[in-house]
Design a protein around this ligand. Structure first.
Ligand code: AQP
Length: 338
């Protein structure tokens, strides 16, 4: 089997570890929607990843529905994409175990996300947080996905997925798992924290002021951009002038991503503008783009039974692809099955 014999297929996911934030939208969901229709697309709410750090059970169930509502409100269509939550398809956990036995401890030790999240208290982190990349490899390879749209922060995990696939294929003398490509493109592959331009925006960041939540109202969005940290200089005349200005670059990139344009075009529109001009313009644009999505999210969230129905139907479709791939994996490994 050659690489070209794998059917093009997209897989990606978001973990329900808090409310969706602008980075999840620009770095992931907006791009998921862009790939829908061009090939088979599978988008998952990765609830089993969320519990690698403590989640209150009620918040987790609610958060799972919120991410699903975000998918639907942003334009993912269950008739065109498979939408489901990970724990409904037990094959993810089963393949992850096999990959735990393929991946090497040294590989996991290099994962920067574990270091960032576990911090100086790694001894107290869950084993699940450490093994997270192995479950992520299972999520992707269970569907023989060839492409994974992700933000910049997940690149290392997709590279590890390729290492796991290559080692599995090599150890068992097969060409069974594809070499999945990360798809990281566009102006906002790493949206930064509004209070510190050197850290990425996150759902679980300490202060709510550091992120724009997808469910923030117009006043809150305006307030957060107004208070966003910047240097005192106005915008430069050319985009090169942003190179050493992380906070300014972040705001310009957010504007570009929301407006489906480039940072160059934004600078051409606002050359030398002061923050008193640019920040309100950015807030207006964000509200115009996000308000229809948040309104729709709230509408979907008001009918949790409908979300559950969509996720359950999606899981059935996901199982139909995953089951034969898992069974074949068992056969390759030599695990007896019915
Ligand atoms: N700041 C970001 N800029 C661009 N893309 C981002 N993503 C997350 N933050 C940014 C992308 O969103 C997708 C889903 O991410 P995830 O929820 O699975 O995990 P994460 O990257 O750890 O997201 P968060 O929001 O930072 O969650 P917490 O705080 O719980 O860890 C991925 O494609 C990711 O790249």
């Amino acid at each position: 089997m050659t690489q070209t014999s794998f059917t093009p297929r997209v897989f990606s996911g978001i973990k329900p570890s808090g409310g969706l934030q602008l980075g999840n939208y620009l770095g992931a969901i907006k791009r998921f929607v862009g790939m829908q229709g061009s090939m088979e697309t599978i988008y998952c709410v990765v609830d089993m990843h969320a519990i690698t750090v403590w989640q209150d059970p009620k918040d987790l169930a609610n958060g799972t529905r919120e991410v699903a509502a975000g998918y639907l409100a942003a334009g993912l269509d269950p008739a065109k994409s498979i939408l489901f939550n990970q724990s409904r398809v037990s094959a993810h956990a089963e393949l992850a175990w096999i990959f735990n036995c393929v991946a090497r401890v040294g590989w996991m030790n290099r994962m920067t996300q574990f270091k960032d999240k576990a911090g100086s208290n790694a001894e107290k982190a869950s084993l699940g947080l450490y093994a997270y990349p192995s479950l992520m490899a299972a999520d992707i390879l269970l569907y023989h996905a060839t492409q994974v749209p992700v933000g910049e922060d997940q690149k290392q995990h997709v590279e590890l997925t390729r290492d796991i696939a290559a080692k599995f294929n090599h150890d068992y003398g097969v060409n069974f798992f594809p070499m999945t490509e990360p798809v990281i493109d566009g102006p906002a592959t790493r949206v930064m924290n509004l209070r510190d331009g050197t850290k990425k925006m996150s759902k679980s960041g300490e202060s709510d002021m550091e992120r724009i939540n997808m469910l923030d109202d117009a006043d809150t969005i305006a307030k957060k951009f107004k208070k966003a940290k910047t240097d005192p200089e106005p915008l430069p005349e050319t985009v090169e002038g942003l190179a050493t200005r992380p906070e300014a670059r972040n705001l310009v990139e957010i504007y570009a991503a929301l407006d489906d344009t480039t940072p160059e075009a934004v600078i051409a529109q606002y050359p030398g503008a002061g923050w008193g001009t640019f920040k309100p313009a950015l807030a207006d644009l964000a509200v115009a783009k996000l308000a229809p999505i948040s309104t729709d999210m709230a509408r979907f969230m008001a009918d949790p039974a409908e979300i559950d129905r969509i996720l359950s139907q999606g899981a059935e479709k996901a199982r139909a692809i995953a089951t034969p791939i898992l069974q074949k994996t068992y056969d390759i490994v030599g695990l007896l099955r019915d």
